[in-house]
Design a binder for this molecule. Structure first.
Ligand code: ZN
Length: 362
């Protein structure tokens, strides 16, 4: 992708940068750790000063990307209240609907202590549920209906003797520990739909390979047909066979040269010669082979590495005019998959010779 990005212009990059989003997910984890340890009300200060460099800036940039998908991150990152002693009543998102100061700005204006805690305003006792403290001797009468609505809304929430929990709300009120995987699956379900295949993220492979496969599954890599659909004038025919439009499926699976690569890879792996025709097929096909989970994971890495190398080879030809040699391409697939499986997968018993002969145990 780097080669492609260098030659193309920013206008081509309409698609989201999933690698950036992945890094930002990690920033959200950082945010939640800070939230769980901070003093009440500090979050608001941090957000107002997000222009400072560092993780806060990354978080706000990612929020903007996710907002474009309809995900309001600062409603999804919320607190499940325990005693309420460390949660700001007006400022923190502890209802899952955003801060109360945004929902009831007039009441917040009349609050005497803007940074009061949930514990100070709400009591576990059903007899005296709310302990309001307003500016001035009495609340103006026209605010009565609004306060009534607010109290009605808050009846769904209760303080208890437990501890506060900051986590990820998927929009259904479900309490989830924060994990990159959780957010990614929520993003995928929005982009792909709930019935679509969920892409397994392999931590045996670098982020750039996972992100590439994710983009390919979404049909969002910069194939010639996709660029043409975005209004860029170019010859969309495949440079390898000159016969078909260069779609994602064509350049990764259906082009005659690419079919030869897949045939050789499947032969090397000693599995049936069923060449995949789409990313979703690649994602699931390793499940039918091998006996151990580790072996299946290694096969999965090889298949995803094959897609990645095919894409790199295509870019080298297109941008650097390097005519690809078949034996070099296969050699790259073996070498990179070996490097990642052995080191990232911690499969130290595999050596290069047994990998090339595909005669190893895991
Ligand atoms: Zn072709």
């Amino acid at each position: 992708m780097k080669d492609y990005d260098e030659k193309s212009q920013q206008s081509y990059l309409i698609i989201l940068d999933q690698q950036q989003i992945h890094r930002s997910f990690q920033s959200f984890g950082c945010l939640l750790r800070v939230l769980s340890e901070r003093e009440s009300g500090e979050m608001d200060v941090l957000l107002q000063e997000y222009s400072i460099l560092g993780p806060w800036k990354n978080i706000m940039r990612a929020c903007s990307d996710l907002n474009a998908l309809g995900m309001d991150v600062f409603k999804m990152i919320r607190c499940w209240v325990g005693s309420g002693s460390s949660v700001s009543f007006w400022i923190d998102n502890w209802t899952g609907f955003g801060p109360l100061k945004d929902r009831y700005p007039l009441l917040f204006l009349l609050e005497s202590n803007k940074t009061c805690t949930v514990e100070q305003r709400m009591s576990p006792s059903p007899l005296s549920r709310f302990n309001w403290d307003w500016i001035g001797p009495a609340l103006p009468s026209f605010v009565g209906p609004l306060l009534h609505e607010c109290e009605h809304f808050l009846l769904a929430f209760e303080c208890n003797s437990g501890s506060e929990f900051w986590g990820w709300d998927d929009g259904n009120g479900t309490r989830k520990d924060f994990a990159v995987k959780t957010v990614r699956m929520d993003v995928e379900s929005i982009i792909l739909g709930s019935s679509a295949t969920v892409l397994p993220w392999s931590n045996w492979l670098p982020i750039k390979v996972n992100a590439f496969v994710w983009r390919a599954a979404l049909d969002r890599i910069a194939s010639k047909t996709n660029l043409s659909l975005r209004g860029i004038t170019l010859d969309i025919s495949c440079e390898s066979c000159s016969g078909f439009p260069e779609s994602v499926d064509h350049l990764l699976f259906r082009c005659p040269r690419v079919k030869t690569i897949w045939t050789l890879v499947l032969q090397w792996c000693k599995v049936p010669p069923d060449i995949p025709s789409s990313v979703s097929e690649v994602i699931s096909m390793h499940n039918a082979w091998g006996s151990s989970i580790k072996f299946k994971r290694a096969l999965h890495c090889i298949l995803l590495t094959t897609m990645w190398i095919i894409w790199k080879t295509r870019n080298n030809k297109h941008f650097k005019n390097r005519i690809p040699r078949l034996d070099e391409t296969i050699g790259d697939i073996k070498l990179w998959s070996f490097t990642w499986v052995k080191n990232r997968g911690k499969c130290s018993l595999i050596d290069w010779n047994s990998w090339c002969n595909f005669s190893f145990t895991m």
